[in-house]
Design a protein around this ligand. Sequence first.
Ligand code: 13P
Length: 352
Amino acid sequence: MNAQALIDTAKMLVANCKGLLAMDESNPTCNKRFAKLSIPQMVEARRAYRELIITTPGLGESISGVILYDETIRQRKKDGTSFIKVINDAGIIPGIKVDTGAKDMAAYPGEKITEGLDGLRARLQEYSQMGARFAKWRAVIAVGEGVPSRGCLEANAQALARYAALCQEAGLVPVVEPEVLMDGGHPLERCNEVTAEVLHTVFDQLDTQRVMLEGMILKPNMILPGLTCPRQEAVDEVADATVTCLLRVVPAAVPGIAFLSGGQSGELASARLNAMNVRFKARLPWSLAFSFARAIQQPALELWQGKEAHVLAAQQALYHRAKCNRAARRGEYNAAMETSSTSIAQVAKIAA
Ligand code: 13P
């Protein structure tokens, strides 16, 4: 393991106020999102969509790294150029999702355990040879009556830590993603309590499995009320709760925290990240960045609709959301950005 190379890559992933773009939806997830918009659920449509994303002009201004999926990392542009080359040429670091999905956990009804450790060493080697420099593994934690259980937290934390150790052995920076889901009617305090317990358990296991904290990125959820909770806290309250929780739990050696969006709208995700950086940036030991999928991609996907003629508009929408999130990292995002020339409303006119 080349420790310095891992540290350098981890730092680069959160440098210059950029962040990650997750475009690693599994085929079933990608197909589900396509189906809602009547886009064909075929390999060629998935390839064309991912080509649209990575060829977005100027994407590298705001995006430091993209997370690919096993199908995507092997794909090429229509003109034959490999996706990996296109990404590198854009000044973006290629990464890869390596878990094989969250499955029902035996003996723990309603809870999930993420699989993918078997054969992982060989897969990491292959991805590294293909050009990936970082990897992602997502654990999924539900909140409910008597849930999450210790059994679920410990099993998922151990899997995350074993994955992270294998990544570092292979020279890939692990993006460690324990996601506490937004589904449910629980209040923000419950998300706070669960997230703190999850992160304590994860960092305990990362330590036990000898993961070098300087060479990893944490990808957590923000501290939010459940989606159907009647009380939805204001942006600043979410920012305060999230940063307070992370300050208590995440060691200062970790170079960056890159949030998932988890189903928040693009605007809210940007506003909340912005508030965190406005209110706390000067006194944080780590960078607060983003690793969004839906909060960057959704407007672009809705504009594209699988139509070649809409590619440009979709790319503009994608560029816009990426730019808003870079502004949020600087604490310079504001609602006026949403009505600027690259806003969704403007580019929708081009697509019409
Ligand atoms: P969302 O930002 O859509 O939650 O996706 C992030 C991600 O990578 C999930 O694993």
